[in-house]
Every structure is written in C-alpha cells, then in structure tokens.
Write a protein that binds this ligand. Structure first.
Ligand SMILES: [Zn+2]
Length: 91
C-alpha cells in the first residue's frame, strides 16, 4: 500500500511514493551532485532532492524540476521536508 497524505483536505497518494518522483529525484541528484543546502552536518554529496517550496504548501510543484535541488540526507532532514513533515502528514 502506498502512503497516503491529506493535502488541502484531499486524501491522496504521497507524490514521493510514485515512480515519477524517483525518476525525477535521480535526475536532480545527477545534475546537482553537490548538496545545495550546505547546512551544519552536511555530507556534501547529494543523495536526494529537496523541495524548495515544501510539498505540504505546494503539492502542485512536488514533481516540478525547478522546485527541486540536490541535497544530502542530513540537510534534507534538517529542513524538515522528510521525517518531520511525513510524521505530520501520515494519517
Ligand atoms: Zn547537505
């Protein structure tokens, strides 16, 4: 079962659970191999894609390349765009 989230009062599949997301994320990591965030604890190497405008605010931009930048896991976690929001979104 795919993880489901409620965005704007509508229950839907988390956009990041889709094959399209994984393909786009891999593209971003290839194009931006160096982490763009450089926060404390940064490993320097992109492993994932960070949403510049969070999915929770702009789900319509979840799969838009211009809203993504390469990021390492510690930076992405520090921004709260993965674990913290996932916990918030999960039903
Ligand atoms: Zn980083």
């Amino acid at each position: 079962m795919s993880r489901r989230v409620v965005i704007h009062g509508i229950e839907q599949i988390d956009p990041r659970e889709t094959r399209a997301w994984r393909r786009l994320r891999d593209l971003v990591v290839r194009e931006e191999p160096n982490c763009q965030l450089q926060l404390p604890g940064c490993t320097g190497a992109s492993q994932t894609a960070d949403h510049i405008l969070p999915v929770i605010q702009r789900p319509d931009l979840a799969l838009v390349r211009s809203n993504l930048r390469g990021a390492c896991h510690p930076c992405n976690m520090a921004r709260g765009t993965t674990a913290a929001q996932d916990a918030h979104w999960t039903l």
